[in-house]
Design a protein around this ligand. Structure first.
Ligand code: 7RM
Length: 653
């Protein structure tokens, strides 16, 4: 491979990694997918393959007549078919005699816990579906969900699915402004929230934040509030209701009506390169097929004996697909945890694994790097021998972190599945099959059966070895169906860069064995602890401060969070603001996850002659590199001044 084959902006090429880990004989002995049969079937006829999976994994109320209708970039899957997603996640397990199976071992941060069976989850979901109906929610309406990690979040999502309303879950760490914008974009009728939740030993308020948003959300006619934090909240008469009051009074039966396969299941907002977040649309039959398929085969799920734990928040796509829809469709038993990994001690997760005898564990590289920082003594305090498989998602996992994970969490006896996918893809796309694939630390290996992924160069020509842009070459069942309210932006964002291909925004490289190595994002969306944050959104938040004239934000490589947000800010003449104040301001505007780690004040930003900020140079400065090409700079002195200041600041303050 030559270096200039790498796409511009991609993370520097990783070292070639030659360690290999074939599946162990013990694992292969009882795996669902040894050998190549799934790949062979899919290679022969990928649509037929997905059709067989949908019939195998789901219960359909009405057969579809066409597997896939594809008018690039718009896909429909299982056209003409009807199913109810909540029926597939709940009723059929209960009807099949598995109502007593545990759906969730829920662990609250303060140490309280609940066990929720499939029968109980079905009962509560039916009641809450009736609550929503009573609040005027019907098929095709949108419901916003702004909750901590509590079982009611799952109930609310499934209740929406049951009546054909789409949910839009907003992560509890987002600010009032972010919540308001998302509610207004979706024109949601009802908001489901809580008084507050627990985080790092404290109660964090949700309802008070929601109240701020609700001051300016004309579409909302009802608010349901779960009591969790116990904090004081105000309830607006006529609009706000306690969840427990409504549930207690609700009709216990809500029949799951069949919905069209293409019924909108949810919107999930994700940052784009321009300020306005995109409402990614996912529908029912195709989405459920692929999340169920990937959850079953990538995690080698044995639903009678496995205990699955995905540490994501339900506010992200990973929580939607691998806490709610995939695992519940498969009748899995899961752990759900409310809080942070270091409360009360740095061994909380390992204590939970031991307590519930977790067998399948799915987390993010940023978490793994944090565990490494805390030291191997923490997991060593606990018996983790129940684990039989580990997963990773959200960012490229560095080989050292992969090896540490395998040794200190997996006890050198668990395969690791590094799973690449996006909010937009809905489900895992590139990953090992643990009983079939020889893994290499740091590689997500190969596209899953049925998935077409290829690298291309700048011109869109296929790259067979070395670096390139990661593209998807054919429709897949759980693909996004578009951007809510803006299908032109959908076409433009994902389908215009390379003819006939979906461009995922990531760079990757292919080694000589055909293994894929993800290199990070090539655009300006930062990935901080697995959260995608657009530079433009943070810049807009900074500029909204009265003292700020201009801001440029970059993601600089950070050993813990993957990328850290570095901001360069120019103040208005005569105005004053300090770093602390601006960080807090961004926290208010977007949420704590978007607060810059470091802010440099500068009289000027590096720009091209046409006035575009050159973030690439700022990234070089932030990472202490020599500057690349500066020939397009309007004023070279600007960066040398910034470099001087960066050198004065200790890198890890
Ligand atoms: C599931 C999720 C998507 C972006 C994606 C990548 C990065 C995710 C991996 C990864 C390398 C992985 N959805 N990403 N998984 N990079 N290896 N296994 O994270 O929409 O929030 O983010 O995350 O850049 O485009 S997401």
């Amino acid at each position: 491979m030559t270096d200039n084959a790498s796409p511009p902006g991609a993370i520097d090429a990783l070292q070639w990694e030659n360690r290999r880990f074939p599946p162990s004989a013990a694992f292969k002995n009882d795996t669902l997918a040894a050998g190549t049969f799934l790949y062979d079937e899919a290679d022969a006829d990928y649509q037929g393959f997905w059709a067989r999976q949908s019939a195998d994994l789901l219960d359909w109320a009405k057969e579809w007549h066409t597997i896939c209708e594809w008018e690039l970039p718009f896909a429909k899957w299982f056209v003409g078919g009807e199913l109810n997603v909540s029926f597939n996640c709940l009723d059929r397990h209960v009807l099949g005699g598995r109502g007593d199976r545990v759906a969730f071992y829920w662990e609250g941060e303060p140490g309280d816990s609940r066990v929720v069976t499939y029968a109980e989850l079905l009962d509560e979901t039916q009641r809450f579906a009736n609550v929503l109906k009573d609040l005027g929610v019907g098929k095709g309406d949108r419901v916003n969900i702004y909750l901590p990690m509590i079982p009611e979040a799952v109930v609310a999502m499934l209740a929406c699915a049951r009546i054909g309303a789409a949910h839009s879950v907003v992560f509890g760490g987002f600010s009032a402004n972010s919540l308001r914008d998302r509610i207004n974009d979706a024109e949601a009728k009802v908001l489901v929230t809580a008084d507050g939740g627990f985080r790092r030993g404290d109660v964090f308020p949700l309802k008070p934040v929601a109240d701020e948003a609700l001051a300016d959300t004309p579409s909302i006619t009802g608010v349901v509030v779960v009591r969790r934090g116990g904090n004081e909240v105000e309830m607006e008469a006529g609009r706000d209701h306690w969840y427990h009051d409504l549930i207690g009074a609700a009709d216990p039966v809500c029949v799951a009506e069949p919905m069209d396969s293409e019924q909108l299941l949810f919107l999930l907002y994700t940052s784009g390169t321009t300020g306005k977040p995109k409402g990614i649309m996912h529908t029912s039959g195709g989405y459920l097929t692929q999340v169920a398929f990937t959850h079953k085969y990538v995690f080698d799920l044995h639903p009678e004996t496995d205990v699955f734990w995905c540490t994501a928040d339900v506010g992200w796509i990973t929580g939607h697909s691998y806490i709610v829809y995939g695992p519940l469709a498969n009748g899995a038993t899961q752990v759900m945890y409310e809080g942070v990994p270091n409360h009360p001690g740095n061994d909380r997760l390992w204590e939970i694994i031991e307590k519930y005898k977790v067998t399948l564990f799915y987390t993010a590289p940023t978490a793994i790097r944090t565990f490494m920082k805390w030291g191997a003594a923490e997991p060593e305090k606990h018996d983790l021998s129940s684990l039989r498989l580990l997963g990773s998602v959200g960012e490229p996992i560095n080989p050292e972190a992969w090896m540490w994970y395998q040794e200190h969490i997996g006890g050198n006896s668990c395969p690791i599945v590094d799973t690449w996918w996006q909010t937009e893809t809905g489900a895992i796309m590139i990953s090992p099959l643990p009983g079939a694939t020889t893994t290499k630390p740091g590689s997500a290996t190969f596209p899953l059966p049925g998935i077409g992924a290829e690298l291309v160069d700048e011109q869109g020509d296929r790259v067979e070895h070395g670096g390139g842009y990661l593209t998807l070459t054919r429709p897949w069942p759980s693909m996004l169906r578009g951007i809510w309210g803006d299908q032109e932006r959908y076409r433009e964002t994902y389908w215009s860069r390379f003819d006939g291909r979906y461009f995922a925004g990531d760079g990757a490289k292919l080694d000589s064995d055909g293994y894929l190595w993800l290199l990070g994002r090539v655009d300006d969306v930062m990935n901080v602890s697995g959260h995608r944050i657009s530079t433009t959104e943070v810049e807009s938040a900074l500029v909204a401060h009265p003292a700020v004239a201009e801001a440029a934000v970059v993601g600089a490589t950070d050993p813990t969070t993957g990328q850290a947000i570095i901001a360069y800010v120019t103040l208005r003449g005569g105005a004053a603001a300090d770093e602390q104040e601006l960080r807090a301001f961004v926290g208010e505007e977007i949420g704590h996850i978007a607060k810059p780690k470091t802010i440099y004040f500068t009289p000027d930003l590096p720009k091209t002659r046409s006035g575009k900020i050159m973030r690439r140079l700022l990234r070089d400065v932030a990472e202490g590199r020599n500057l690349g090409d500066t020939s397009t700079l309007a004023d070279v002195n600007v960066v040398s001044e910034l470099q001087r200041r960066a050198a004065e600041t200790p890198p890890d303050d």
